[in-house]
Ligand binder design. Structure first.
Ligand SMILES: NC(=O)c1ccc[n+]([C@@H]2O[C@H](COP(=O)([O-])OP(=O)(O)OC[C@H]3O[C@@H](n4cnc5c(N)ncnc54)[C@H](OP(=O)(O)O)[C@@H]3O)[C@@H](O)[C@H]2O)c1
Length: 378
């Protein structure tokens, strides 16, 4: 918090003491002393209050904060509604990310420390090459367990413990993204002070309910990173509602983000979204975890061509792809897109902005899309 300095003379006892000392009577000195002590007490109380307020601010800033979006009554996460995905771009990563972060384009990036599909180092170089966005852009990355790496490309010693692997991968991510000093050993001593916005477990080591011991150890290592203040949100990807429920019930830090492939046929992962919105998954401050959708367009080509979708999109003057992204936004989902086409970026960003501006799909249209999503005929 910054206190603005007023330009008039402060009426503090200290000021009175200095200014009036030479012409003070003993009575005036006594009054000044009383004022001095009283002001001192008031200052201590103020400092105490500021410290509490600051601590509260830092604590709540460390958690996913949702703001009630009055226009849509949909809860709004303090992250961009449309995040630029950087998978499968390889040598083009640097130039695409630079372009994607130009003013008026994307304000958030999703990546992973998984060399097989991502070039996290190139993402970091691109972000750092744009001084204006370097501090403002929302940065999210992932810890990929051993089963998600091409052998020999893991950013950690595969014989290390689960906790050590998470730590090594995390600090390597931080160095890639310019949030820690590079090439000086991947540990907290190199931290530059800016936390990562979100850190997710890319996938489970074992597909089972309840979660395996190994997956719990990985999650606890994520909790440690969060509790140390190195990351503002933790979460998971490619999981079932049952996995999330188990974490919400038993973890010290409930997940802040779930990133899943979003199939229309499951009414857009409705069970998961309901789980995240339920009381059991809410944080102490009443905020709910954010649902992030990937493959929203690529996994749902049928709904994009559905007879219901075309007229809705036409009425809005959009393509069905843009309308589907608007629909997701209206339902409270953050969408990831890795499009390479600037015209598509603009269309998708505009579609989301229109919802932000209150230009909503009607309830009938939302219901029609949900019904079409599970239409067996297509
Ligand atoms: N956690 C995980 O396991 C996981 C898995 C997969 C992906 N992800 C993340 O999610 C990101 C996005 O991946 P994705 O699978 O959703 O798909 P994607 O690779 O981003 O593909 C999006 C597709 O939609 C097209 N598109 C976008 N806007 C369009 C529009 N307005 N009109 C027509 N076509 C449009 C794009 O084509 P153009 O290029 O021609 O625009 C592209 O073919 C990834 O980069 C990655 O960061 C995470």
């Amino acid at each position: 918090m910054m206190l603005r300095q007023k330009h008039h003379r402060p009426k503090s006892a200290l000021y009175l003491g200095n200014h009036n000392a030479s012409r003070s009577s003993p009575a005036r000195i006594a009054v000044a002393c009383v004022r001095f002590i009283a002001t001192g007490l008031a200052c201590s109380a103020l400092i105490g209050l500021c410290a509490v307020a600051h601590r509260h601010h830092v604590t709540s800033a460390s958690k996913t904060k949702w703001l009630v979006d009055r226009r849509t009554t949909v809860l709004k996460p303090n992250m961009p509604w449309l995040i630029y995905g950087t998978a499968w771009k390889q040598a083009e990563t640097y130039s695409l990310v630079r372009r994607a972060l130009q003013p008026g384009k994307f304000q958030g990036i999703d990546t992973a420390n998984q060399r097989k599909h991502y070039r996290e180092d190139a993402v970091g170089r691109a972000v750092q090459s744009l001084p204006a966005t370097k501090t403002a852009v929302y940065l999210q990355s992932k810890y990929t367990p051993m089963n998600g790496h091409a052998r020999g490309t893991e950013p950690y010693d595969e014989t290390a413990s689960a906790e050590e692997r998470v730590k090594a991968s995390f600090w390597s991510t931080m160095a890639h993204l310019g949030l820690a000093e590079e090439e000086q050993g991947n540990d907290a001593s190199n931290w530059r002070g800016r936390p990562l916005d979100a850190y997710l477990i890319h996938g489970l080591t074992e597909w089972k309910v309840p979660l395996s011991d190994e997956d719990w150890r990985i999650y606890r290592a994520m909790e440690d990173l969060y509790q140390s203040g190195y990351v503002l949100r933790i979460g998971l990807s490619n999981v079932l509602p049952q996995h999330v429920l188990e974490l919400c019930e038993k973890a010290v830090v409930k997940p802040h983000v779930v990133q899943n492939r979003c199939y229309a046929t499951t009414r857009f992962d409705e069970e998961m979204r309901n789980m995240l919105a339920s009381d059991v998954c809410k944080h102490d401050d009443g905020t709910a975890p954010t649902y992030q959708a990937f493959s929203l367009l690529t996994a749902n080509s049928r709904i994009l061509k559905h007879e219901t979708m075309q007229p809705i999109a036409a009425r809005r003057g959009e393509t069905p792809a843009a309308t589907l992204i608007a629909f997701a936004r209206q339902l409270g989902m953050v969408t990831l897109t890795g499009s390479r086409d600037e015209a598509h970026w603009n269309a998708d960003l505009r579609a989301v902005q229109r919802i932000d501006d209150g230009d909503l799909l009607s309830d009938d249209d939302v219901q029609a899309i949900l019904t079409a999503a599970t239409d067996e005929r297509v």
